[in-house]
Design a protein around this ligand. Sequence first.
Ligand code: NAD
Ligand code: TYD
Length: 339
Amino acid sequence: MTQRFLITGGAGFIGSNFILSLLAKYPRIHITNVDSLTYAGNLENLKSVESDPRYRFYRAAIENRDAMMSIFDEAKPDVVVHFAAESHVDRSILDGRPFVISNVLGTQTLLDCAKVRGVAKFVHVSTDEVYGTLGETGVFTEETPLAPNSPYSASKAGSDLLVRAYYETFNMPCVITRCSNNYGAYQFPEKLIPLMITNALYDLPLPVYGEGLNIRDWIHVEDHCHGVELAVEKGIPGQVYNLGGESERRNIDIVKQILAILGKPESLITHVQDRLGHDFRYAMGIQKARKELGFEPKYTFEKGLASTVEWYLNHESWWQAIKSGDYLHYYQKQYGEHV
Ligand code: NAD
Ligand code: TYD
């Protein structure tokens, strides 16, 4: 691969894993990373590549058209991979506005810049949450109607529709991937798995919403990154590809599994007030990606969870810095002294 990539949101969880993996695999690649460094963006994730001549970082907000146009002119990308977004459902319940600005206006601005400058491929990274919620059975397919329930998922659905519209109206080479819940290295410890690991390590209560019976379909971040790479290589413009790990788990079972791995007592589990509008179950049908992209998740959930726990054990300074700052304040505001 000799392409020039413009990656948005590359200082976040999935974006930084994606950048590290591309640089490790492709000696002749060029990557420009654009990130506004919100609370979730962390350049520590990319410390090992910051002086790599194939890599360049710009701090900018994707909704800033002038800044983005100059970055396009400097970077001259063949491919845009768009990860940048406000990504946490609970934050969107507290305040939806940043979600509309970054996810909707930001995506439209980025599409506009890519249209004016011209790119060979625009991959938009989206989520299963745009499909809404499932009951006990069935899976989401690419034909499932969009029915988002949270301000986060509504803003992502809005961005997906804009991507579709730029393909239909301007014939832009846009591809959408929709992925299930990710876990792995560098995930901000507000999301379920890293929150539970890091709280357990400090013997803090583990706040499980309601009874913990909600189900998510988990995928290791490296499998997701591979799926996005396949979408860059083989994705057909105008198409949507579902990605997932075929690993459905109830929240409470994951929390107990983490406690068992760490040898911590289940008495740390604290049932707290349920999330408003809490989607019951997500499950991704990945047959299309399997057949048309050759996508195949490599991690079993058990192997992936064990290696993720190991990563957090070995990177305490990374998450300790986060937990002692903004994040702790945010959760204390929401749940009092639970965390
Ligand atoms: P994250 O919150 O860890 O990272 C998001 C990054 O985007 C951060 O570095 C942040 O600084 C940056 N950003 C936010 N708003 C920006 C803006 N306006 N301009 C420039 N940069 C901005 O999120 P993540 O978990 O890595 O998710 C990445 C993408 O993948 C998102 O689009 C998300 O919707 C999607 N996704 C995530 C999951 C998941 O489980 N985490 C699952 C499916 C899809
Ligand atoms: P989360 O990691 O926020 O991802 P999403 O809401 O995008 O699926 O949450 C995953 C599940 O875990 C979800 O059902 C909500 C639940 N959850 C808790 O029970 N406690 C928590 O502290 C968090 C953050 C999530």
